[in-house]
Design a protein around this ligand. Structure first.
Ligand code: DC
Length: 223
């Protein structure tokens, strides 16, 4: 079974996706981390035009270690997973995600994980482009204000910026991800929208599990 979870930055895709994988025995795939890894790879390099960029990406040694809800990324043999979380890497990721050469390489890489088993795949274009035949497509969203509030709570005082600034960044990233011409963030026509603005994490998770069970009942799937 493939569960595609797409949605806005900070909408809770990874928290819910990871937990879903843990509780159902599926594998969690964090495609955002893969875009972040390419962002990190390209950060200190001068960006060439398309044909050379293809070559540069072909030389990139990007590997994934997938185990239950753990998704780790190795770049040139080094585990960079923890380094990928920062805001700056996220912004770079959003920029490189608009490049055709990057999307082609990563789309192929994500698809190559399919034989691993039942997957929960978190991203922006999973239900629309990467796995259009996913068994369940969820489009996760929440108001920008609520997403900024959650980010702040997560950072637990470790943040110097105001909540307003965080909200502006989130809105800017939504705009960039939704307006790019290649595989923009979009809700697939057959996706179920889950708006968590007024839901607790527990309520959102229960709803997600209900959806998975409904689909699993209709096709083959976990339990
Ligand atoms: O989910 P995230 O914040 O880790 O993603 C980082 C960036 O990567 C996001 O701004 C857009 C891009 N991305 C994408 O274009 N397609 C995906 N399937 C996943 C992420």
């Amino acid at each position: 079974m493939i569960v595609a979870i797409d949605g806005h930055a900070g909408s809770g895709k990874s928290t819910l996706g990871r937990r879903l994988a843990r509780e159902t025995g599926m594998l969690y795939i964090d495609t955002g981390a893969m875009y972040r890894a390419v962002g990190l790879y390209l950060t200190d390099r001068t960006l060439p035009a398309e044909p050379e960029l293809e070559e540069l990406l072909a030389r990139m040694d990007l590997r994934m270690e997938v185990e239950a809800d753990q998704f780790r990324i190795l770049l040139d043999g080094a585990d960079v997973t923890e380094r990928l979380r920062g805001r700056e890497v996220g912004q770079t990721a959003s920029r490189v995600a608009s490049m055709g050469a990057v999307r082609r390489r990563l789309t192929a890489l994500v698809r190559s994980l399919r034989p691993l088993g039942d997957l929960v795949v978190d991203g922006r274009d999973i239900g629309t482009v990467v796995f259009p035949d996913a068994d369940l497509k969820v489009f996760l969203t929440a108001s920008a204000e609520e997403r900024a509030r959650r980010r702040h709570l997560d950072a637990a005082g470790g943040r110097a910026e105001t909540m307003q600034k965080t909200q502006q960044e989130i809105e800017q990233r939504d705009r960039a991800d939704s307006s790019r011409s290649l595989a923009p963030l979009a809700r697939a026509a057959d996706a179920v929208t889950l708006d968590t603005t007024r839901l607790t994490q527990e309520e959102a998770f229960r709803r997600l599990v209900e959806l998975v069970h409904e689909r699993a009942g209709r096709s083959r799937g976990p339990t």
